[in-house]
Design a protein around this ligand. Structure first.
Ligand code: NAP
Length: 258
């Protein structure tokens, strides 16, 4: 039996450690037959290169800091030389300065807020626009971003929540503009998983304490696997008519009133 992603050529961003949600997506993607290239940013690039070796088929790692527009052009050129086309992208990139998190919502200034929005939301547009020609060359494809449901306010999440709301809206507009190219754009709204990014959010433990009890399916904050699997499903040909969607992978937490 062939894999769900047999022959697909994918760029997976945001693999920083073995715990990264994107690491799980990359591992499952390879197991389902995809060819994968990773990208890493800044000081984390070395970590990405090291962690890449833990994947079943250690992939190449390209440098891609979304605040450096020239990096997107370099990545596009590298993928063009390698494959000439691209079937999918995993966007697993988020960052907010400490002042934008942890209860200082009323005090955070535009400088820190704009950084959060640029890296966590606008980067989805940058990636999609920069790599669109390669996805058109593939006859279309799938872009999957990682979200933390921003339709409500959370303790401590503050301006990252606002950045995620921008990500959700960006995904819908990209779905509109890229649909004619047969490019789907969807988000996985994940429950909390203990990654480097999550641990940097003051008050994250508040989520940890309640999530498992309230989610009807239960929730393991140490297990990125359900999120990785969902990314693979959305990258596959089994969601051909789904775009602009936010798929909750949270044990059902979002659907419960209390
Ligand atoms: P992670 O392992 O820490 O990954 C976050 C990634 O974002 C890192 O690889 C980081 O690279 C990258 N990044 C930050 N600034 C960047 C930049 N300027 N350019 C390119 N990449 C940059 O944490 P994660 O939890 O798996 O996060 C992946 C995604 O899942 C994020 O969008 C996050 O918001 C989302 N998410 C996480 C949870 C959760 O509970 N963990 C829940 C819902 C959604 P560097 O560190 O090298 O900068």
């Amino acid at each position: 039996m062939s894999g769900l992603l047999e022959g697909k050529r994918l760029l997976v961003t945001g693999v920083l450690t073995d715990d990264s949600l994107a690491f799980s997506a990359a591992r499952h993607a390879q197991e389902q037959g995809a060819q994968v290239v990773l990208s890493g940013a800044g000081r984390g690039l070395r970590l990405t290169q090291r962690v890449a070796k833990h994947l079943p088929d250690p992939p190449d790692v390209l440098e891609l800091d979304v605040t450096q527009p020239e990096h997107i052009a370099t990545v596009r050129a590298a993928l063009e030389r390698r494959w000439g086309a691209l079937d999918g992208i995993v966007h697993a990139i988020a960052f907010a300065p400490a002042e934008a998190l942890g209860g200082g919502f009323m005090d955070a200034g535009w400088e820190v807020v704009s950084t959060a929005v640029e890296i966590s939301a606008f980067s989805l547009k940058l990636l999609a626009a920069g790599l669109r020609p390669l996805m058109v060359a593939a006859g279309g494809g799938s872009i999957v971003g990682l979200d933390f449901d921003a339709t409500v306010a959370w303790p401590g999440y503050d301006w990252m929540g606002v950045a995620k709301a921008a990500l959700e809206s960006t995904a819908r507009y990209l779905a509109r503009d890229l649909g004619p190219d047969n490019i789907r754009v969807n988000l996985v709204a994940a429950g909390p998983v203990r990654t480097v990014a999550a641990k940097s959010i003051p008050g994250f433990s508040l989520f940890e304490d309640v999530w498992d009890g309230r989610a009807p399916l239960g929730w393991d904050i140490n297990d990125p696997d359900p999120v990785g699997r969902a990314c693979v499903a959305l990258l596959s040909d089994w969601f051909p008519a789904t775009t602009g969607e936010m798929l909750h992978v949270d044990g059902g937490y979002h659907a419960m009133g209390a």
